[in-house]
Design a protein around this ligand. Structure first.
Ligand code: GLA
Length: 792
């Protein structure tokens, strides 16, 4: 009877579903897949890169897996339009023009994308399309372009949503008029909530600011984009930005989270790494067929956030064949169990569920709770379907563990928890823990149990010791549960956790922002909002920017004597905050500060203290400004590390600052509007395309021993400022430049920094710090403040 009902359902329901799902696919019926050069190459784009990338997309098999668009980002054109008013591809970069690359890419069975801007200039200062929509759309269509990313720099906007809609609709209409199907990607960084108006304007819209190749960026983008799932669907997608997978700034676990979550959120999958040199591991992550199938599922539904607590998130995405993709995402810094009851997802009631883990291919059954012990920053993606008879399938068993920070030679407590989520009892359960060589681990409570029924656990407490002299760092500890299931079938579940060993800081006085906290996160030498720390108008180069309430913990191991720090509410926020310095269990110093008030200086005696905790409460951006920690037998007169040498402070004038290309325009003047040390800095006006500002030296700087250059910069009202640092070095005054940086918010300040190693020089030249003949900073955006160019 049951079977009959099911059959009947299939017969009756299918005819309804099939036509909807196969409706004539419009533009971007599925999230676009492809490549964009920006994340890996910035402005270094040319025809060779685009063609070679197209070649690799095909030869690597990625094209067969769906990667289709090869997208050119900013910096492809000349800085001026042609006499006919059209955009002109830079002939040095694209000798065959954009149409030439389009032909090449099309011949490979791929599609070509281009970049434009809904403003007067692109973010890098090339011509924008505001007021030129019709001619630019037609130009792109004539060239055979299939995809347009349309940016938002120099937008002349009054900031109203109406203006955003107007500017982005103007380009949609222009694209439509060409008659060529061109996917239209709105890139206004989520500024005017494009998810509310983008459907019908473009096929996708960026929901956030630019991604970068670091875990905090990935984490914050997921947090912003995931809840927007209801706004996505076929032909109208949320775009959390291009991928960073393979660029080297994150771990493989983090890159798998990147790929998993983009697929769960039905995001465009735009590869952002150099595919010509990508490692097999990178290609395997980008090419995972089953994850891609989740992204490209023809239902086109973005995964719903079914729970999000304490950094653990569950997403549930319906798939066309009736399965559901369920992602268990752990954004915390330690191994954690992420679970969801099947009844809390879109799964129908069943005796059990079949879980296929899409990164390992492992298949298990769970009775009613879908669960995994997920490594820090990791994501488990299951493809789940109801299972009538679980007997022949291995049970889902999780092995979770928690381990505090270890001080060498002092025992720490490890707690392991093995849980049977399968239908049916498992027997002869034995847990073991593997620690690095030379460490010891001893069970304090039983690590074995005869039987473990469904949804029950075995918890074991252990003592772990790292030997004396173990360097600070992160060490793997593996927990393994062995058991028997079904008719004497062996089963195993293993989890890896990371154990953190801490050492006390070395002797000396140092900025606390150069010491890694054991727990807690803060902006390093920036406010929580990403600017230089600024309290009551005073700008600091060093400090820790937090959002209250916050806690930062440092291990001192009875080796330090004093912390001196300013404390205050950052000028970028309002509200008030309390600041407490805890020395072990005692309060060593505290203050209460409101926004707009000057900073308070706190001095804490840390003699004999093992653990330092910096705690804020309240509701504001709470800064620990210029915190200096003294350890060992150093005295308050010793220099503070890392030491810096000021090259230009602008206290006594413009210090012979000039403009590298005077013909392009620009001015420099001494100013009090922005100063990071002392009272004066430099105020610069720039031409729209930017210019280099700096000084040629009659006596070269000898910066032997220094490894990097730094400069403090603040944008004025204009957004989209970009810049770099350059030096002229060696006998030949060779020009070496580096440090691509960009921001999109007006009024933000930051320290721009580049190591000598990172500078790009002419072939055969390496920068020689002992002979620096000139120092330059590239600035654009109209009006910029600069201060304190220095070497560290
Ligand atoms: C903005 C965009 C980026 C990139 C750059 C190019 O920052 O958001 O994705 O296109 O401009 O200048």
């Amino acid at each position: 009877m049951r079977r009959f009902v099911c059959l009947l359902l299939v017969v009756v329901v299918l005819p309804f579903f099939v036509p909807t799902a196969q409706a004539t696919p419009g533009l971007a019926a599925l999230p676009p897949m492809g490549f964009n050069n920006w994340n890996a190459f910035g402005c270094d784009v040319d025809e060779t890169l685009i063609k070679e990338t197209a070649d690799v997309l095909v030869s690597s098999g990625l094209a067969d897996r769906g990667y289709e668009y090869v997208n050119i980002d900013d910096c492809w054109s000349l800085r001026e339009r042609g006499p006919d008013g059209r955009l002109v591809p830079d002939p040095a970069k694209f000798p065959g023009g954009i149409s030439g690359v389009a032909d090449y890419v099309h011949a490979k069975g791929l599609k070509l994308g281009i970049y434009g801007d809904a403003g007067t200039k692109t973010c890098a200062g090339f011509p924008g399309s505001l007021g030129h929509e019709t001619v630019d759309a037609q130009t792109w269509a004539d060239w055979g372009v299939d995809y347009l990313k349309y940016d938002n720099c120099n937008n002349q906007s009054d900031g109203s949503q109406a203006d955003y809609i107007r500017r982005y609709t103007a380009m949609r209409d222009a694209l439509n008029k060409t008659g060529r199907p061109i996917v239209y990607a709105i890139c206004e960084w989520g500024t005017s909530q494009p998810w509310l108006w983008g459907n019908g304007v473009g096929q996708l819209w960026r929901t956030t600011g630019d991604i970068n190749d670091e875990w905090p960026s990935l984490k914050s983008i997921i947090a912003k984009n995931a809840p927007l799932a209801p706004y996505a669907g076929p032909g109208h997608w949320n775009d959390p930005d291009m991928m960073e997978i393979g660029n080297g700034g994150m771990t493989a676990t983090e890159y798998r989270t990147h790929m998993s979550m983009w697929a769960m959120m039905a995001a465009p999958l735009l590869i952002g790494t150099d595919l010509r040199t990508a490692s097999p591991e990178t290609l395997a992550i980008l090419g995972n067929r089953e994850i891609i199938a989740v992204d490209q599922d023809r239902l086109g539904v973005a995964g719903a956030v079914v729970s999000d607590r304490d950094g653990l998130m569950v997403l549930d995405k319906p798939l066309a064949n009736g399965d559901r993709a369920i992602a268990l995402y752990n954004s915390t810094d330690s191994l954690a169990t992420v679970s969801v009851p099947a009844s809390g997802t879109g799964l129908s009631r069943a005796p059990a569920y079949r879980l296929r883990e899409l990164w390992t291919g492992d298949v298990r059954q769970a009775k009613s709770t879908i669960s995994a012990a997920v490594p820090a920053h990791g994501t488990v993606v299951y493809r789940v379907r109801p299972l009538r008879d679980p007997a022949g399938t291995a049970p889902s068993v999780t092995a979770d563990a928690g381990l505090g920070t270890l001080v060498p030679d002092a025992g720490g407590t490890l707690t392991t928890t093995v849980t049977n989520r399968g239908a049916g009892t498992i027997t002869d359960v034995a847990v073991s823990a593997r620690v690095p060589d030379g460490w010891t681990v001893t069970a304090q409570t039983p690590a074995r149990q005869r039987r473990l029924a469904t949804d029950t656990s075995l918890t074991t407490t252990w003592t772990v010791t790292a030997p004396e002299g173990t360097p600070a760092g992160r060490y793997p500890v593996t927990i393994t549960a062995d058991y028997t299931w079904g008719r004497h079938r062996p089963g195993e579940t293993a989890s890896e956790l990371v154990s953190t060993v801490v050492n006390a800081p070395p002797d000396g006085r140092r900025h606390l922002s150069t010491v890694e906290p054991v727990t807690g996160t803060a902006g390093t030498d920036t406010s929580a909002g990403g600017s230089l720390i600024t309290i009551g108008g005073r700008v600091y180069q060093r400090g820790l920017g937090t959002t209250a309430p916050s806690e930062l913990v440092y291990y001192l191991g009875d080796r330090c004597t004093q912390l001196v720090t300013d404390a205050g509410v950052d000028d970028e926020s309002t509200g008030q905050a309390s600041f407490t310095v805890h020395a072990d269990d005692a309060v060593a110093a505290s203050a209460e500060v409101a926004s707009g008030e000057p900073p308070v200086t706190l001095t804490a005696d840390l003699t004999g203290v093992d653990w330092l905790r910096l705690v804020t409460a309240g509701t504001a951006h709470a800064d620990w400004a210029a915190p200096v920690l003294t350890c060992g037998d150093s005295t308050p007169n010793d220099p503070v590390e890392p030491e810096e040498e000021t090259l230009f402070s602008f206290e006594s004038g413009t210090e012979d600052f000039t403009i590298a290309n005077p013909g392009d325009g620009g001015t420099v003047a001494q100013s009090t509007a922005f100063a990071t040390e002392g009272t004066h800095g430099l105020e610069v006006t720039t031409p729209l395309g930017g210019n280099w500002y700096g000084a040629r030296l009659s006596v070269p700087f000898d910066l032997t021993g220094a490894t990097r250059l730094k400069v403090d910069v603040k944008a004025d009202a204009a957004a989209g400022t970009t810049g770099e640092i350059a030096v002229q070095t060696g006998a030949g005054w060779s020009w070496c430049q580096g440090s691509r940086w960009a921001w999109t918010d007006a009024g933000k300040s930051r320290t721009v920094s580049v190591t000598f190693e990172e500078l790009d020089c002419p072939a055969g030249v390496t920068p020689d710090p002992s002979q620096i003949h000139a120092v330059w900073v590239f600035l654009n955006g109209g009006h910029v403040y600069v201060d304190d160019i220095r070497a560290e």
